[in-house]
Design a protein around this ligand. Structure first.
Ligand SMILES: Cc1cc2nc3c(=O)[nH]c(=O)nc-3n(C[C@H](O)[C@H](O)[C@H](O)COP(=O)(O)OP(=O)(O)OC[C@H]3O[C@@H](n4cnc5c(N)ncnc54)[C@H](O)[C@@H]3O)c2cc1C
Length: 409
């Protein structure tokens, strides 16, 4: 077991939610969703950011749902957290994406790879709502292959100095700290190994800009930022020098499960909307729900829901087993595989579901005033971020084919 593995201790029983505490969290998420819906609707129609996504998350204590109670989290298991993300995503993929940035890919790598001091510095503050987090891997010229990144670091006078640009980062312009990945300045060949940092964003040397040219998720933050001689604490390297790629890939297992879970929420909301609308709307002398071709859409959406739900449960269980066995490479590889399957399936299932829901709504379906079209605009990105459809397929096939068949490396 190396330096990195020893840090990620399994969660102690006292850190986990009791059944009563889990019930309370479920109720809190429901209250959050009911409170945010009207606010989200206004912001979405105005194409404006919705600050209540974070503020109400803070109010209802949702900013660290699966984190151990010792660090201020609610201590729920991976499957409960996945269900909570699905519920939140019924309110919009943008709403859920904030939580993915904060918890699934923000807090998670600190929990798994941080020193005790780093965990104590960042996790309770982020659970309280005093520290918004983000995950900065993608760069303008490095997306599917992060090893082509050009962000750099050097150690100078006891501080890490970061340079470079990160692109398309969820929560990137509202974050107080970003998990940033960078290569040693001037390195080549085998020395060119990526490291991870907890990068505090304060100061003029960190310049962030929200990206508005996007066809959905208007209410949540997608940003780029530039670090110019940006000096951070010498205590803020995460998980040991040269371990950045491994940390990024492990974190994406958590992130991809959050995306899959969100997609399930999209499907659930589309199904609920279609069931309601097809009973209300009448054409040809009867509710459209009595037309067999409309029923076909509903049946397909339900199949997308049921299959995604099953795959997400299986993936969440595999992730929980892996989380409880730090350093067990086989369990992590299995979790990585089934999470990739769930992400690939659920994001495509959601795309089919939103398209069918738009169809059931007819002309009203092609309007931001109605929920199906808002979901359609938002959910398409789930087949792209945190690993594209193509990368998911390559991972799935090459795992089945075995050693030597990696289609990219
Ligand atoms: C709204 C939004 C939020 C995001 N949030 C974050 C975030 O919080 N943090 C973060 O780090 N990143 C984030 N991203 C970035 C996202 O993860 C990347 O966009 C994604 O990984 C794809 O990278 P790319 O855009 O550079 O596309 P590219 O990698 O350039 O891919 C272009 C096309 O080529 C295909 N392709 C690439 N390589 C191969 C291959 N070997 N074989 C077959 N096909 C291939 C891809 O599948 C894709 O179809 C976000 C993106 C968006 C749009």
């Amino acid at each position: 077991m190396n330096h990195v593995d020893t840090m990620a201790a399994p969660t102690a029983t006292s850190d986990r939610a009791t059944p009563e505490e889990t019930e309370k969290l479920i109720a809190d998420v429901e209250a959050y969703c009911e409170e945010i819906r009207p606010l989200e609707e206004i912001c979405y129609l105005e194409h404006q950011p919705n600050p209540a996504i974070r503020e109400l998350g803070q109010k209802h204590g949702l900013l660290g749902m699966p984190l151990p109670k010792r660090y201020g989290g609610r201590g729920v298991d991976s499957h409960t957290y996945a269900q909570m993300l699905a519920r939140i995503n019924r309110e919009g993929t943008g709403v859920r994406t904030f939580f993915s940035g904060q918890t699934s890919i923000g807090q998670y790598p600190i929990l798994k790879y941080g020193t005790e001091e780093q965990k104590n510095r960042y996790l309770p503050a982020s659970c309280r709502g005093d520290c918004t987090l983000a995950f900065g891997l993608t760069e303008p010229d490095a997306g599917s292959n992060p090893l082509e990144g050009t962000c750099t670091w050097r150690l100078e006078n006891g501080k890490y100095v970061l340079n470079g640009v990160k692109y398309l980062i969820s929560n990137g312009s509202i974050a107080d700290a970003v998990i940033v990945f960078a290569f040693p300045e001037g390195s080549e060949g085998p020395d060119r190994r990526m490291s991870a940092f907890i990068c505090d964003t304060e100061g003029d040397s960190f310049e962030a800009e929200a990206l508005h040219a996007k066809p959905g998720m208007y209410t949540s933050d997608t940003a780029m930022f530039e670090m110019t001689e940006h000096a951070i604490s010498g205590d803020n390297m995460l998980g040991g020098e040269g371990n950045g790629f491994r940390i990024a890939m492990h974190t994406l297992v958590s992130g991809r499960l959050s995306v899959a879970s969100g997609c399930l929420g999209t499907i659930e909301d589309c199904l609920a909307e279609c069931l309601r609308y097809s009973k209300e709307r009448e054409q040809h002398g009867k509710p459209i729900g009595k037309h067999q071709l409309v029923q076909q859409h509903i049946a397909r959406i339900e199949m997308m829901r049921a299959t995604s739900d099953a795959m997400i449960e299986r993936a969440a269980i595999a992730k929980e087993i892996s989380d409880d066995a730090p350093g067990d490479k086989e369990k992590l590889a299995h979790a990585d595989f089934v999470v990739s399957e769930a992400k690939y399936w659920a994001s495509n299932a959601a795309w089919e579901a939103v398209d069918r829901a738009v169809q059931v709504f007819g002309g009203r379906g092609w309007s931001e005033l109605y929920r199906p079209f808002r979901h359609l605009q938002d959910v398409r990105v789930c087949r792209i971020y945190e690993g594209t459809d193509e990368i998911m397929q390559l991972k799935i096939a090459s795992t089945l084919l075995g050693k030597g068949y990696a289609a990219f490396g």
